[in-house]
Design a protein around this ligand. Structure first.
Ligand code: HEC
Ligand code: HEC
Ligand code: HEC
Ligand code: HEC
Ligand code: HEC
Ligand code: HEC
Ligand code: HEC
Ligand code: HEC
Ligand code: HEC
Ligand code: HEC
Ligand code: HEC
Length: 506
């Protein structure tokens, strides 16, 4: 064959190849294996689909948009049977594994044939994850074991028109998933069958939150139900494994709120978690596992996540710090703060970085919270009261410290001051109560609470002082008596010597 003839042959072969490619339906992505569910039916040869489309089965109307169809699967991939037969009976043959009606409880197992722990060609090729076991490990799997109405794959993904999860139309995509969860969770009649105490207001509240409002406006970045609860392995919220369990919730919020890059397009700080972690509240919850301390959602709400407005702050903090809130609401500050739209407690204590307060908070020094409004001169008629408030706290606090030092000294000298030391505990209680009572910002009210403590401090101070005094008094007494005894001894000695002398003389 000469070179030219060879070229023609090659060209002919190439053209033949092209025409084959154009007429052959796309080959199945993978070689069939033994199980019914992993036998891919080349879709144009799928007689199940052909016949069902002809009889206009509703299942076929969305089937061509289904990820499984696109990947080359046919009806038999899930239903079994023989997809090469154009005859009803031969195709839908139960003897060869055809299943028509699929029980809901069996669906995770069915989808799990490929989306499970088993190693199949589909799984390897598409790097599928073990979703079925994840679902069954959580509360939804538990509910499905209890009742056929429990959630399974189809409840969230649909069927016969399953879309890629990142397809904007997918029911599990960020802009639709809240509605998908709400199909059950906002249905009081449905939820009652499982747990009558479970609230059904999550979706309605979510729509009022900053997350929900922005989501409804088409922004996929703010939190959806699955950003906080996870998607397949959802635990009961009181289960310590849940991402919204009190000790875990702050880290769940921080996934986004501490991620500077993720939050870049929003005009809000990203330091909440960092500050919270080091605050009194954060240390109590995250380090001491004190579940009475607030997590992010204790202040922001679980589903209505908003920054508490100035009107709500006192009530929110007041859920736990009841006395402080009641006193504040009766104080002269209540109306002033309301008029200026100031967020109550937060003005003096901060929000995420709340620390243990000290007496220095009650001060007119520059940059203290009081100095935001009060002035240290005569133009402010509250200034003398503020000084007195500070003095009352100080006489309890500093007075106590001073007295303790004195008691220590008395003890070092060997004096018994245990009673006074015991009494002083009462003063500590009065100090604790005074730090609450200060929220009335009225001198008379603070004095009423502080007074008994101040009395105890003075009494204990006096006891310590007396004990020390007595020690020195006794020491003086001891010196005198030692002197007398010594003198007596000397006299006695001299006397005896005299008697001896007399005796020897005699
Ligand atoms: C020649 C037409 C035809 C073929 C081929 C066919 N079917 Fe059917 N299929 C039907 C008809 C008609 C019904 C409705 C039966 C009824 O309503 O009682 C049906 C019912 C079903 C049902 C409903 C449940 C049930 O058992 O009644 C499923 C699921 C189903 N077919 C799946 C398949 C699968 C999978 C294949 C291929 C392996 C297939 N069909 C092949 C015509 C066909
Ligand atoms: C990815 C798996 C999957 C594939 C592929 C699939 N189905 Fe199904 N099909 C199911 C599941 C699961 C159910 C049960 C849904 C439910 O109970 O909500 C079902 C239910 C049905 C039913 C209703 C049966 C009944 O009476 O309860 C019909 C009819 C049906 N499928 C036909 C088809 C046809 C036709 C095809 C191909 C065009 C197909 N299916 C492809 C999973 C599949
Ligand atoms: C309660 C609703 C819900 C149920 C039930 C559910 N899923 Fe999902 N699934 C989701 C959501 C939401 C996502 C997407 C999460 C995301 O955007 O990251 C997802 C993602 C997926 C993905 C793609 C990502 C991945 O993890 O591989 C697959 C595949 C999947 N689901 C299959 C299943 C199967 C199979 C079942 C049943 C065993 C099931 N799902 C049950 C809500 C659900
Ligand atoms: C025969 C194997 C097989 C079965 C059975 C099967 N799937 Fe799939 N599924 C796949 C493969 C393969 C893909 C990947 C398709 C792709 O990426 O193009 C997939 C993709 C998906 C996706 C999209 C995942 C993504 O990353 O976006 C979802 C959701 C899904 N399947 C849900 C289901 C559900 C629900 C069932 C049961 C009703 C089911 N699958 C049954 C093989 C299967
Ligand atoms: C910003 C995070 C977040 C989002 C978004 C969110 N949740 Fe929650 N969810 C929580 C927290 C936190 C709890 C309560 C934890 C606790 O009580 O300790 C909770 C509790 C629940 C509970 C238990 C009952 C209850 O109301 O206390 C259900 C059910 C629930 N959420 C479903 C949903 C659904 C459905 C959505 C979407 C509409 C959703 N959640 C969105 C954080 C979130
Ligand atoms: C098919 C209905 C259905 C769908 C859809 C559904 N759930 Fe559920 N969910 C339930 C049922 C039933 C329970 C179990 C209630 C029980 O027994 O305590 C449950 C429990 C929960 C719980 C635990 C509540 C608790 O007791 O602490 C959370 C959280 C939850 N679901 C979140 C979600 C999220 C998030 C979605 C959407 C991705 C979702 N659910 C979709 C039915 C559903
Ligand atoms: C998936 C990421 C994500 C998660 C998880 C998340 N958020 Fe958000 N959050 C956002 C985005 C994005 C915004 C919108 C920013 C804005 O409002 O400017 C937002 C807004 C907010 C706002 C309103 C801020 C403002 O002033 O506008 C609050 C409050 C909030 N989130 C609290 C929380 C709490 C509490 C949690 C945990 C229980 C949480 N978020 C979990 C992404 C998230
Ligand atoms: C003790 C109550 C409390 C806790 C706990 C709390 N916040 Fe806040 N947060 C507030 C208050 C109050 C505001 C409103 C700011 C103001 O008015 O001073 C706020 C504001 C916000 C804002 C709006 C932007 C900003 O920084 O001002 C976001 C976002 C936020 N918080 C997220 C969180 C996250 C995430 C956590 C947990 C790591 C958390 N918060 C813990 C009370 C709290
Ligand atoms: C869920 C209950 C809860 C909420 C809500 C709450 N706190 Fe607390 N708070 C606590 C607990 C518990 C402690 C004690 C922590 C510890 O052991 O150090 C505490 C400690 C404090 C302290 C330090 C007290 C001290 O003696 O060291 C201050 C100040 C404080 N909270 C102010 C606030 C303010 C202001 C708000 C509202 C913005 C608020 N708290 C909301 C429970 C709460
Ligand atoms: C005008 C400033 C101011 C406001 C507003 C304010 N506090 Fe205080 N708070 C103080 C001062 C001052 C102390 C005592 C400091 C000290 O002497 O140690 C204190 C102490 C505390 C303590 C520690 C003592 C205790 O009760 O255990 C808590 C908790 C507290 N405040 C909570 C709140 C709460 C909750 C609110 C809102 C209802 C609030 N505060 C409003 C100034 C304020
Ligand atoms: C947002 C401004 C503002 C802040 C901050 C503030 N105050 Fe006031 N305070 C006022 C105003 C205005 C009045 C006067 C109310 C009136 O005359 O009825 C007042 C009144 C008082 C009074 C007089 C009560 C009486 O019965 O006469 C005292 C005491 C007081 N404040 C103490 C404090 C202390 C202590 C702090 C800091 C821990 C503080 N205030 C922080 C605005 C503020």
């Amino acid at each position: 064959m000469n070179a030219r003839a060879g070229l023609w042959v090659l060209l002919g072969l190439a053209l033949a190849g092209l025409s084959i490619a154009a007429t052959t339906p796309p080959a199945p992505v993978t070689a069939p294996t033994a199980t019914a569910s992993s036998v891919p039916a080349p879709r144009a040869q799928d007689q199940c689909f052909v016949c069902h489309k002809e009889i206009d089965s509703p299942e076929t109307r969305t089937w061509e948009t289904d990820v499984h169809f696109v990947a080359g699967m046919g009806c038999a991939s899930c239903h079994g049977g023989d997809p090469t037969k154009d005859d009803e009976e031969a195709g839908m043959n139960r003897a060869i594994g055809y299943k028509g009606k699929i029980r809901k409880a069996d669906i995770p197992g069915l989808c799990g044939e490929c989306h499970g722990a088993k190693h199949t060609t589909w799984r390897e090729r598409y790097k599928l994850t073990d979703v079925a076991d994840s679902l069954m490990a959580g509360v939804h799997g538990q509910a499905l074991r209890e009742s056929d109405k429990g959630p399974q794959c189809v409840s969230c993904h649909g069927v016969h028109g399953i879309l890629h999860v990142d397809d904007p139309r997918a029911p599990v995509g960020p802009l639709h998933v809240a509605q998908t969860c709400a199909n059950c969770h906002s249905n009081a009649k449905y939820m009652r069958e499982f747990d009558p105490r479970l609230p059904v207001d999550q979706f309605t509240k979510y729509l009022t939150s900053e997350h929900g409002k922005r989501n409804a406006g088409g922004d996929p970045k703010p939190a959806t139900c699955v950003s906080c609860h996870s998607n397949h392995t959802i635990y009961k919220v009181k289960d310590p494994r849940s991402p919204v369990y009190a000790t875990k919730a702050p880290a769940t919020c921080a996934k986004c709120h501490a991620d500077v890059k993720y939050m870049a397009k929003y005009d809000i700080p990203t330091d909440q978690y960092d500050k919270y972690r080091k605050s009194r509240h954060g240390v109590a919850l995250l380090e001491h596992f004190d579940l009475s301390a607030p997590a992010c959602n204790s202040c922001h709400g679980n589903h209505g996540a908003l920054p508490p407005g100035s009107a709500d702050v006192v009530a929110i903090c007041g859920n736990c710090h009841q006395s402080n809130a009641e006193l504040f609401q009766k104080s002269p500050h209540k109306d002033v703060f309301a008029k200026k739209k100031l967020p109550g407690c937060v003005v003096c204590h901060g929000n995420h970085d709340i620390d243990a307060p000290t007496d220095a908070l009650v001060s007119l020094a520059p940059r203290t919270p009081c100095a935001k409004c009060h002035r240290a001169d005569r133009s402010d008629r509250s200034a003398p009261t503020i000084a007195s408030l500070h003095a009352v706290l100080d006489s309890l606090h500093a007075g106590q410290a001073e007295t303790l030092k004195l008691l220590d000294r008395a003890e070092q000298l060997g004096m018994d001051v245990s009673d006074a030391r015991y009494d002083l505990k009462g003063a500590h209680q009065a100090l604790v109560e005074s730090r609450v009572a200060i929220h009335s910002f009225r001198l008379a009210e603070l004095r009423d609470v502080a007074e008994p403590g101040i009395v105890i401090v003075s009494a204990a101070h006096k006891s310590a002082h007396d004990a020390i005094h007595e020690y020195y008094f006794r020491r003086k007494g001891l010196a005198v008596s030692t002197l007398i005894v010594t003198l007596m001894a000397i006299l006695l000695y001299l006397k005896i010597r005299d008697i001896d002398k007399e005796a020897r003389k005699g």
